[in-house]
Design a protein around this ligand. Structure first.
Ligand code: TXA
Ligand code: MG
Length: 330
């Protein structure tokens, strides 16, 4: 079981140094407890998915200690700023354009060019300020279970897989944050949550667009929030064809590897956590070479391999007619 510390100044320092070492720490926020990792450390972020047993790499919310920290990573337009001033710290997450080449690891946003940012209330902000890096944190529960809203619940569910939990008593809101996406023209409600949509609407002066997330999720590979390379993706490749870009995995190389016009190996040693941390970055690097096909060596389905394969299958899904339809709704 994990160590549980009451949230005094000493606990804040202990949590910040564990996070700086790349460890996972469960932290209280006003909505629910979060399973936090340093958002600039890919290996630690991959550890979140491992600990939650998540079969997919959903993009994670990045928690900041103030608006200045948000500004380091995202493009903040006047309307976004108005919402931050009105509701931060609090249960409002804003999905904003991600600035290029920031220190945030690409696994946090699952390879997207947007980033979900939130400034939580309470001790979480002190931990983030002490670390001076944002924290990637989904709700602290294993995949498929309900979100942890007390240190005891988190310990029961995840205690065997993490070493430290900070205890600030039961979560004040008990429901995840409301997620709103702003892209300069539209303001869309992506997830209803702890801040009422009406409260947001009264600040922006218009109604929020409602997006039917379920419909989007049921079209795998086509959801606007799924990273899709422009190259075609060929999976479980044993034989490389002339001119393909090769995404390799492990020590056993594919046949005819010399056919590849470029090769990146997700993990030479076959370490799935390392592969998860490299996945989105390497896909993008190969895609930038503008080869017609990215060929991917087989990835085992165990542990994080399931989430890696889920993403690869989505990246490989044909997207033609359906994508055109999605573009129209956008
Ligand atoms: O209250 C909360 O929001 C809690 C506490 C810990 O802060 N966190 C939380 O995180 O609920 P999580 O990982 O369970 O939910 C994150 C959701 C994703 O499933 C996705 O729907 C959305 O946020 N999201 C994150 N980044 C996104 C992006 N770039 N574009 C669209 N949606 C995004
Ligand atoms: Mg959750």
């Amino acid at each position: 079981m994990a160590t549980i510390l009451k949230t005094d100044d000493q606990a804040v320092r202990t949590a910040a140094s564990a996070l700086a070492e790349g460890k996972l720490v469960a932290i209280p926020t006003e909505t629910v407890y979060g399973l936090a990792a340093d958002a600039t450390n890919g290996d630690a972020v991959a550890g979140i998915f491992e600990a939650k047993g998540r079969p997919h790499f959903n993009p994670l919310i990045c928690h900041v200690s103030d608006i200045d920290m948000a500004e380091r990573y995202a493009v903040i337009d006047p309307l976004s700023r108005r919402l931050m001033h009105a509701f931060w710290p609090g249960p409002l997450t804003l999905v904003l354009p991600l600035k290029p080449d920031t220190a945030i690891h690409p696994l946090v946003a699952a390879g997207l060019d947007t980033i979900a940012l939130r400034m939580p209330r309470g001790v979480a902000g002190k931990i983030i300020a002490a670390l001076d890096h944002p924290l990637a944190a989904p709700s602290a529960n294993t995949s498929g279970k309900i979100s942890g809203t007390s240190a005891e619940a988190v310990n029961e569910d995840l205690g065997a897989r993490i070493s430290l939990i900070l205890d600030a008593g039961p979560s004040e809101v008990g429901l995840e944050s409301t997620i709103v996406k702003l892209d300069g023209t539209r303001v869309a409600l992506l997830r209803p949550g702890g801040l009422a949509a009406e409260d947001i609407e009264s600040v922006i002066g218009t109604r929020l667009e409602r997006i039917d997330q379920r419909a989007a999720i049921e079209a795998p590979g086509m959801m606007a929030s799924h990273y899709a390379p422009s190259a075609r993706v060929r999976l479980n490749v044993h034989d490389v064809r002339e001119g393909e870009a090769l995404l390799a995995f492990g020590p056993s190389r594919a046949q005819k590897a010399e056919n590849a016009s470029a090769t990146l190996n997700l993990s030479e040693t076959g370490n799935l956590r390392e592969a998860a941390a490299n996945l989105f970055d390497f896909m993008k690097r190969l895609d930038r070479l503008k080869r017609p096909v990215i060929a991917v060596e087989p990835i085992p389905f165990e542990g994080l391999g399931e989430a890696i394969n889920d993403r690869l299958v989505r990246a490989a899904a044909p997207r033609d007619a359906a994508i055109a339809e999605m573009d129209e709704i956008k």
